[in-house]
Design a protein around this ligand. Structure first.
Ligand SMILES: [Zn+2]
Ligand SMILES: [Zn+2]
Length: 916
């Protein structure tokens, strides 16, 4: 079966076909390796996309970088495992299904928990695979046989195991705590899920009468309704203004409750009046102060952000309505003494945008300090490296200031907390539902209604996906995973938690020394860490460097780009622009350029096959039967200068590409390959060997064919991690459908061979290229007709340069369109139409012969065009209405063009004058 390439390169069809092939053939599946495995291991965990997710540009960049690293390692002989899966995404998924229900006129609470959860599963079965299908389109070389979902039975069992162990170790506790409460979602949300916004608000000053005196203490607040829950007023112990009031009480206005004046650092003398109200149930700082002074916690706002029964006459009012009424009453009764404009910072729910209410509620917590310490040390000791390095300090700062983690969520979708409440008040935490209460033997037990924060389960993935809590062979080989590539925005949500959980639950774990040594991580002592290295990728912005956002309408959908230019070109764009630590300004113009790059390679392959099939038809199938174990170029005969040169260049570029990938310089790797493949291989090498191919028949032509094929095949392997599809397609065609391996993805990655570097050849070729390009430029300046061959004169500075040009006379004449080369004994630099370099002078001998009448005609037409365009521009600039509407950019463009046109007009006129 001949595998000839069709004339046109159509990425869509090629890419879909190979993506299916890779999956069908299970090329990237990695079964559990037997004992004795000695290949180095490379493991990468895919940051699991939300099951509700759709692929965006950030994913596309992330996946491109991951797939490049994975393919590169696999081709270098690593036992390479890339683990895919999806996250159940608690709030996001629940909201998605709630919205679907709403459109049917149904409500979650009316359905009941069991029916609702079943409905979410049903949704997941129908729509949950969308993002995985998109990953397949990208060509992600993941192990689909190991695909997981965070609520799979085995992973859920591991989650319960972790919860129970932490509880037994005293690291999980239940407590009243001030949490960020979203009244819309009806759940506590973590600090990380609160988005802060600055808005224009008001600062109100309220005075509280001091009992037993005529004095008042004035406090300031932006949320006056919370005063209904005040249980103290705080002043600073060092504040002389209030010393005489220590130990006294004030009467809380509106509520007529006596509350103490306490001394606490919560009050800062330099801020406002120096006195502050204390509301332990509705402010996180006041909550802490309340604990220090044993103050009562009076809740006045309920879970739907309405005032509750403790709010006296305001009970039942919405929080904002209550604010209005409280202010009115305070004003009437003379307690409101000030009101000024003030910029306030409010927190909004990341999911739904509702203003969060700090609220007291009973939640489950992880005592974080004992977990954070080993996670800090692992990074400080370099057991985990973070790239780019500035993120290391960001991580450490955060970890040093970490708070206990509130892990319970008031949702129905997620891992339900494995705790059961008995009517006697006992709480039983267990791996499976207990039959009876351990305290009263009663059997009326109800499971806790909360579920765990989504990040609880995803924080465990590095080991739970490999079979934990069993001591599996997979863990022995693949844990710690090698690399994590992820976005900065989940550094704390996810990365930090994986490190904490990994260091805790995998403490004492040891990786199989055989694969560890081979991977080059033998010097790292600690195998409890979840990964050896974290690479934080940049953001993808729009072409104007603006952040992509739905409201701005500048979101680029990667699937649209893929549809138009192909996955390969899209991947190449992101790789070529991905300098570490630099955001990417994505422009489709670049992608179009890389589609042209793919096209160039395609056409070069077609040219190659055409010639090989004519000169050496046996070469393709014959190559297929060879065992290709080499990492370099096979079957190469370096005879001529161009052969020696291209072989040397290939090895040098190979060296650079491997080094660039070693340090995540994706842009350098991509640009090096691009310049080599297009700039050197297609534009120079193929052009240089054309005469040998055209001669046909003889030995030199057959060698040219072999060399062409050898370099092409190796260059495809070099490019494969970035452009997996087109390289697979052409590679199969090289072997005429009978390749030595199932896929180029399994072939060895090129490694530089120092013996094949040839500095002399590179220097000599550079001189010839310089000469040819100089002549081309001179021809362009002199406006020599494309078809016309012209003689040149060359003055060589050294005899070797003279000899070099003499020996390659044919190539220079052909590629620079030269009629004859004449060597001269003196410098030519002063002549017009000459170029002076460090090694030679070159002069193009050409006198322009022109048809004066025709040229005059042409210039007249040009002048007319200029006048017309100029007049149009002037008309627009004179039109008030147009100027009023047109964007400044456009108007400026027209002005600039008018200036250009004036200059052009003068030039054409003077040329016409010259012609007479
Ligand atoms: Zn919300
Ligand atoms: Zn009981």
């Amino acid at each position: 079966m001949a595998h000839d390439l069709p004339k046109a390169y159509e990425p869509g069809a090629i890419e879909t076909r190979w993506a299916e092939y890779w999956i069908k053939e299970k090329l990237f599946s990695v079964p559990t390796p037997p004992p004795g495995e000695t290949r180095p291991v490379f493991t990468l965990l895919l940051p699991p996309p939300n099951v509700t997710g759709r692929l965006h540009m950030g994913h596309m960049l992330n996946h491109t970088q991951m797939d490049i690293m994975v393919r590169w390692h696999r081709m270098r002989g690593f036992l390479t495992l890339w683990l895919p899966g999806t996250d159940h995404a608690g709030i996001a998924t629940q909201m998605m299904v709630e919205r679907q229900l709403a459109s049917e006129g149904k409500k979650r609470r009316d359905m009941g928990r069991e029916a609702f959860v079943e409905r979410v599963w049903e949704w997941k079965r129908h729509y949950g695979g969308a993002i995985l299908d998109q990953m397949k389109r990208l060509g992600d070389s993941v192990d689909w046989d190991r695909e997981y979902f965070t609520m799979d039975e085995n992973l859920s069992r591991a989650v319960r195991e972790v919860f129970v162990r932490l509880y037994e170790e005293g690291l999980i506790y239940r407590g009243k705590y001030i949490v960020n409460w979203c009244p819309r979602c009806g759940t506590a949300i973590s600090d990380l899920e609160v988005k802060h916004e600055e808005i224009a608000g008001k600062l109100y000053e309220i005075r509280y009468p001091v009992i037993g005196s005529e004095e008042f203490i004035t406090v300031a607040t932006t949320r006056p309704e919370t005063m209904l829950g005040d249980t103290a007023v705080a002043v600073n112990a060092g504040d002389k203004r209030y010393t005489h009031l220590h130990g006294k009480k004030v009467l809380l206005p509106l509520m007529n409750r006596e509350i103490p004046i306490i001394t606490d650092n919560l009050a800062q003398p330099e801020f406002g009046t120096g006195a502050v109200k204390v509301t332990p149930a509705h402010d996180p700082n006041d909550f802490e102060a309340g604990l220090r002074h044993n103050l009562p916690q009076i809740e006045v706002i309920d879970e739907q952000a309405r005032m509750n029964e403790n709010a006296g006459p305001y009970a039942g009012l919405d929080r904002y309505e209550a604010r209005k009424r409280v202010l009115e009453d305070l004003r009437q009764q003379g307690f409101l003494v000030g009101e000024k404009d003030y910029t306030i910072s409010i927190g909004k729910c990341d999911r739904c945008g509702t203003v969060v209410e700090p609220r007291l509620s009973t939640q489950w917590f992880i005592k974080i300090a004992p977990l954070a310490q080993p996670a800090i040390e692992a990074v400080e000791r370099g057991e985990i490296t973070i790239v780019p390095e500035n993120y290391k300090q960001i991580y450490l700062n955060w970890m040093h200031n970490i708070y206990d983690w509130c892990i319970s969520r008031q949702l129905w979708w997620g891992h339900r907390i494995p705790a059961w409440h008995c009517s006697c008040g006992e709480i039983i935490v267990a791996r499976e539902a207990p039959a009876s209460c351990s305290k009263c033997r009663g059997s009326k037990l109800t499971q806790d209604t909360d579920v765990l924060d989504t990040w609880f389960s995803s924080g465990l993935l590095p080991f739970t996906t490999l079979g934990w809590p069993e001591k599996t062979r997979d863990l022995e080989v693949f844990y710690p995973t090698t690399l994590l590539i992820t976005a900065y925005e989940i550094l704390f949500f996810w990365v930090a938690r994986m490190i904490m959980f990994g260091c805790h639950f995998m403490a004492g774990h040891q990786q199989d020394p055989k694969v560890k040594q081979a991977s080059g991580w033998g010097d790292k002592k600690d195998d409890s860490v979840p990964f050896r290295q974290v690479y934080i990728h940049a953001l993808v912005r729009d072409a104007e460097r603006q952040k992509m956002s739905k409201t701005k309408g500048n979101v680029v959908d990667p699937l649209d780009v893929i549809e138009r230019f192909g996955t390969d070109a899209t991947r190449f764009t992101l790789a070529a622009m991905a300098a570490p630590g630099t955001d990417i300004a994505f422009s489709e113009g670049r992608t179009e350029g890389y589609r042209n790059f793919a096209n160039k390679i395609w056409n070069a392959a077609r040219f190659m096959f055409m010639n090989i099939d004519r000169i050496e038809p046996g070469l393709r199938p014959e190559t297929g039967s060879e065992t290709r174990s080499q990492t370099g170029v096979d079957g190469f005969y370096a005879r001529t200068l161009e052969d020696r040169w291209i072989l040397s260049r290939f090895n040098r570029v190979t060296k650079n590409v491997n080094e660039a990938l070693e340090t995540y310089r994706f842009h350098e790797a991509a640009n090096q390959i691009y310049d080599f493949f297009w700039g050197e291989f297609c534009d120079w090498y193929i052009e240089l060997i054309k005469p040998r191919l055209l001669d046909g028949g003889d030995e030199s032509a057959r060698i040219a064919c072999k060399n062409l094929l050898g370099i092409f095949e190796a260059a495809l392997r070099l490019l494969h991690p970035v452009m997996p599809f087109i390289t697979e397609e052409i590679w199969h065609a090289i072997y005429d459908g009978n390749p030595p391996l199932q896929s180029i993805a399994l072939a060895p990655y090129p490694q530089a061979d120092a013996k094949q570097l040839d500095l002399a050849a590179e220097t000599e070729m550079a001189i010839l290229q310089d000469l040819i390009v100089s002549v081309r430029n001179l021809r362009a300046e002199l406006k020599v007709d494309q078809k016309q061959r012209v003689p040149i004169q060359v003055f060589a500075f050294e005899p070797e340069i003279h000899r070099l040009i003499e020996q390659n006379r044919g190539s220079v004449e052909r590629l620079a369109n030269v009629e004859k080369i004449e060597f001269v004994a003196n410098s030519l630099a002063k002549l017009s139409g000459a170029r002076h370099t460090a090694r030679f002078d070159v002069h193009v001998i050409y006198e322009r012969k022109i048809d004066v009448a025709a040229e005059r005609e042409r210039l007249k037409k040009e002048l007319e065009q200029i006048e017309k365009e100029f007049a149009n521009g002037q008309r627009q600039l004179g039109n008030e209405q147009f100027l009023g509407k047109a964007p400044t950019k456009v108007v400026e463009g027209i002005r600039r063009r008018a200036q250009e046109l004036e200059t052009l007009r003068e030039k054409v006129k003077s040329k016409l004058d010259e012609l007479g």
